[in-house]
Structures are given as C-alpha cells and as structure tokens.
Design a protein around this ligand. Structure first.
Ligand SMILES: *Cc1c(COP(=O)(O)O)cnc(C)c1O
Length: 346
C-alpha cells in the first residue's frame, strides 16, 4: 500500500535550483595521471583531496548492508546528515519537524539552527509512540517536512514498536527518518530492508557506536537515490577526509573483531543490570536494546555529583526524565569500578 510520494515537491526551491560546486575531483576522477588540477602541493602523503563521493568505502559498506552505493550517503557523523536534512527540506521560518520526546538532543538543535519549528509529541509511559488521533492530525500538518524516530531511542534505550513506524510511514508524505545509531545492539532487523517499499524513508546509522569509531566522525544515511543525491548536492565537497575513509575501510575488514566486542558488551550489559538491581537507591531500570541503560534513582543530581567526584562519569538525565541517569556499558574493569563506587555510596 505504498502511497504516491513526490520528493521534488518536498524540497526547498533554492536547493532544487542549486547548481552545486564542481570540484576538481568531480571533473576528473581517474586514479592515474599527472594531477595539476587542484592546486595541491605535489609532495607528501596526504597531499591529495579525498574522493568526494567515497566510492571505495561506499562499495564495502553496501556489501555489508546489502544495499546499492547510490542508496548510501556518508556524512561527517550522523549529525551532519541531520543538519543537511533540514537544509534540504525545511524552509527557514516556515516549515516544521516532529520528534518524540524524550529523545536525542541534536534534532532540536538542528531545527533551531535552521529556524524550523519543532513539534514534539511525548512518548508514553513505556517510551513508545502512541498511535492516536493526535499523531494522525499532526502528520497532516502541511508544513511538516521531517519526522525523526530514534530507535533504539536515546536516552531511554528501547526500540520503537514497528507498528508505530509503519503508521507514520502510512500517514505521512514527508521524509521519515529512522535513526538507528544503536541498532547493532538490538535484536531487531534494520529498517534498511524496507527502503524499497517506502520512497520517503531514510535510515541513519553511524560508525560512532557499535563500530567504535566516534573519533572519526563518519555517519551513514540509507535512502532512495533521489534523496541521496539531494544530500550530495548540498554537502561540503570533501566532507570525509582521506584518513577517515581509510581508517573505516580498515576496520570493516576487522568486522569479526567488532562482533566479539559486541558479545562482550551485551554480556556486560546483563551484569551491570543485575548489579544495579541489587542496589537500594535504584528504583527502576528501563529495558534497553542499546549499549547504555536508563535508570531511575533516589536522587540523580546527588548521585551524579558523587560519581564525578570519584572520577566515574555518567550522564545525568534528570532534566529530561525525572531522577534518571544514563549509563554507558564500558569495559569489564570500568563497569566493576562503577558498581563498586555505587556500593560504596550506599
Ligand atoms: C550517538 C548518536 C548518533 C551518532 O552521531 P554521530 O554524529 O554519527 O557520532 C546519532 N543518533 C543518536 C540518537 C545518537 O545517540
């Protein structure tokens, strides 16, 4: 029951009309020759501009993710993808985006930077999206261009029910973004497998979490090639450095090592949950499908200050979910230190 979606109608007019910057590497992209076209210093080992479309890297990622290269965009972190989506689709001072709160803070920051109005609907008591009239009506808003669904959600840790994502896809003609930064820690298939069915679906993943490369700043967006080419049109030409492209390629060859780390992290997650459960001060641990957990404690501010003083840094989320802290699963040693420090506090 795929509905008719006109992507072009969703795009800001100035972006549709934009003639993108044509770099030296756009005009000639062969690997061999005498390169006197980009004003580079001819000496040195990082002297050449990188491939603006990261062809080799995208080739390898496409194999792992079972997609085609033209359905894939790479950004300077997912955060660049979020910003580009606003720049492509929301007219400043006019259009809107929708998020389900509490959620990842960058959607709101990007909306504010791009002067888009942010509509927010609260998740229910289980941190799920309520499928109701309010949601349905909100999705009919004529200026609403982007809906962000974070699954597993940050900071709550849970997957968003598939029925809710399907409902949004079925009732909205703008761009539906599913942010899957933590999907590798979850026991659920990626929405990438549904891209063929939904021309307005965009799935974000990242090398920052499961792949352990947050320092490199490489994020992925999977979507229909028309949306991907719009992101390519607006991005800075050389947004992923050669060094980073090479480093990610190298790690991709090490996929089995990363998978072992995943097994260890998931086991440690169980250990941390069980140790926290035994503590008096922990009132509730929310179910998690990610590499972190949200816990409600007696007094989040007090606990946070105490832990910082003991050089154990967690995230105080009291301002978004009352008396809740978000704890990332670390190495066995780090988790042990956390638990021992908490026991001392009690
Ligand atoms: C960490 C995180 C990201 C990743 O952002 P990068 O810019 O790729 O590091 C994206 N979305 C959510 C919800 C996150 O928590």
């Amino acid at each position: 029951m795929s509905k008719k979606i006109n992507i072009e109608k969703l795009v800001r007019k100035n972006i549709l009309d934009l003639k993108p910057y044509s770099s030296a590497r756009d005009e000639f992209s062969g690997a061999e020759g005498v390169f006197l076209d980009a004003n580079e210093n001819p000496f040195g080992s990082w002297n050449r501009y990188p491939d603006p479309y990261q062809k080799e890297l995208k080739n390898e990622i496409s194999k792992i993710k079972n997609t085609s290269s033209d359905s894939l965009f790479l950004g300077n972190g997912s955060d660049e993808v979020i910003d580009l989506l606003f720049r492509v689709f929301t007219n400043p001072g006019k259009d809107q985006a929708l998020t389900f709160t509490p959620t990842y803070g960058m959607y709101e920051v990007a909306a504010n930077i791009n002067d888009a109005e942010l509509l927010q609907i609260s998740l229910d008591e289980n941190f799920q999206v309520s499928i109701d009239e309010n949601l349905k009506n909100t999705l009919q808003n004529s200026g609403l261009k982007l809906v962000f669904i974070c699954s597993p959600n940050n900071p709550t840790g849970n997957l968003i029910q598939q029925e809710a994502v399907d409902f949004i896809l079925g009732n909205f003609s703008g761009i539906v973004v599913v942010d899957e930064a933590y999907i590798d820690f979850a026991d659920q298939e990626s929405w990438i497998s549904q891209l063929e069915k939904h021309p307005n679906l965009l799935v974000m993943q990242t090398f920052s979490k499961y792949w352990g490369m947050a320092g490199l700043r490489v994020g992925m967006a999977f979507s229909n090639p028309e949306i991907i080419s719009l992101l390519n049109k607006v991005k800075p030409p050389y947004n992923i450095s050669s060094l980073n492209q090479e480093a990610v390629l190298k790690t991709l060859k090490n996929a089995s090592e990363i998978n072992k780390q995943l097994e260890l992290i998931l086991k440690q997650r169980e250990l941390v949950i069980s140790a926290l459960t035994d503590l008096e001060m922990v009132k509730k641990i929310y179910p998690t499908d990610a590499n972190f957990l949200l816990a409600e404690v007696d007094n989040a501010n007090e606990l946070y200050d105490y832990l910082v003083n003991e050089k154990v840094i967690i995230r105080n989320r009291n301002s978004v979910v009352k008396n809740c802290v978000r704890i990332t699963i670390g190495t066995p040693e780090e988790n042990k230190k956390l638990i021992e420090t908490l026991q001392k506090f009690e």
